[in-house]
Design a protein around this ligand. Sequence first.
Ligand SMILES: Cc1cc2nc3c(=O)[nH]c(=O)nc-3n(C[C@H](O)[C@H](O)[C@H](O)COP(=O)(O)O)c2cc1C
Length: 375
Amino acid sequence: MSNRTATFTGIEFENPFLLSSAPPTESEANILRAFEAGWGGVVTKTIGLHPVVNVAGAKAKFMRTSIDDGRVSMKKRDNAAVHSSWNWELISDKALDWWLPRLRRIKAAYPNRVLIASIMAGSGNDKELKAWQTLAIACQENGADGLELNFSCPHMDRKDMGSNIGRDQGLCSVVTEAVKEVAKIPVWCKLTPSTADIVVEAAACFRGGADAIVSSNTFPSIPVIDPDTLEFEINLDGFVSSGGLGGPAILPISLAKMAAMTQAFPDKAFSGIGGISDFNQAASYFLLGCGTVQVCTAAMLDHAVGPNVIKRLLTGLDAFMEKHNFKSIEDFRGIRRDRVVLQSKIRRPAGDDYQGGYEPVEGYAAPQLDEAKSK
Ligand SMILES: Cc1cc2nc3c(=O)[nH]c(=O)nc-3n(C[C@H](O)[C@H](O)[C@H](O)COP(=O)(O)O)c2cc1C
């Protein structure tokens, strides 16, 4: 067995693999099963001050695609591979008071595993900022090793909640700062991937004092329409609202978000999520600079908490380290961070040059080209 340990935002991990905030971590029973299965940590399903009411019927479904027709559909078919998960599930339908004794019991049962509490409130006024502080203090006093601020839930109506915070750099800073005022444990911010330049919101969180950035939450999306029935494949009374896409389909887009952030902040801590089902995908996140990774969709499809997924992640990590002769995760973390460059920096056929879309410039104007390209 290789050295699987990691230190992330000052927290010691037996292994760097966490279940992300989602159905796999929605209950005490699930989290205890997850730790028994070997996960290094969990992020609880997002906790709010008040219970929420979810839609009637299915809150999440899986889309599959087949080689025969390339169709992406929620319909189960033979020989179809998982393409993605789609959900319109809100945060935990259990409020803070329900969670607190459970956090205590989980931490007492597994003191060496990492328990992160995901929390969420509004941000429109001082009362809402106080709500973040109330959640933070209660979770840290009841056994949480760290806090993950949900700036990324894609289905909130309120303009001052979930991904609407993650789209507003001012709110990202203000909420992070409010939580940091009371937090004695590390604070991670989980950002929405649905902004023009996630580096802007990451910078805002760091200005507010964030210890780490977590990405990606699900991507805003709607289900496909069934051409036979003319209805969305998931709907209620014919209606659908924007939900979130996770799973294999989001891996490359999530990696692009992560690469932009780890390049902009090479010395900061990042936790990668999106499309991980075994170490092959996790490796990309570590090589780009992440110190931990998290999993949701693959775990939901594997006995609800991913006992086989964590086994594959651990054996995959061991095999990877042995193959490349790495002695610790730090040996390979970030070693491909600087390989994402401007298009014009990619080699052209011999003798040809490309100016990145700019006119070739000669004479005295030439030095300005590099300057223009870097803008
Ligand atoms: C049904 C469902 C519910 C989720 N609920 C939450 C949540 O409460 N809080 C949160 O931060 N992320 C939530 N997520 C997002 C996941 O934690 C994760 O970021 C996302 O699914 C991408 O990871 P994956 O590709 O491994 O699924 C949820 C995802 C799903 C599928």
